[in-house]
Design a protein around this ligand. Structure first.
Ligand code: SF4
Length: 62
């Protein structure tokens, strides 16, 4: 599983980082970014939760 943040859609609310700070962090531009590597199974559920919780649907996982 990998996660992606659409920076054009992200409003910088920080919710995803509070749900799963292993995968998501806030960039210098005030927008979230996802780690650019395969997400470990132990973090998969939190990643899905962050994806489903983003108020603007900026996160996608595949
Ligand atoms: S939850 Fe969505 S809008 Fe909020 S910081 Fe994360 S990606 Fe951006």
């Amino acid at each position: 599983m990998k996660a992606f943040v659409d920076k054009d859609a992200c409003i910088g609310c920080g919710l995803c980082t509070s749900i799963c700070d292993v995968v998501f962090s806030m960039g210098d531009d005030g927008k979230a970014e996802a780690i650019n590597k395969e997400i470990e199974e132990v973090n998969a559920e939190a990643t899905e939760e962050a994806c489903n919780s983003c108020p603007v649907g900026a996160i996608s996982v595949e």
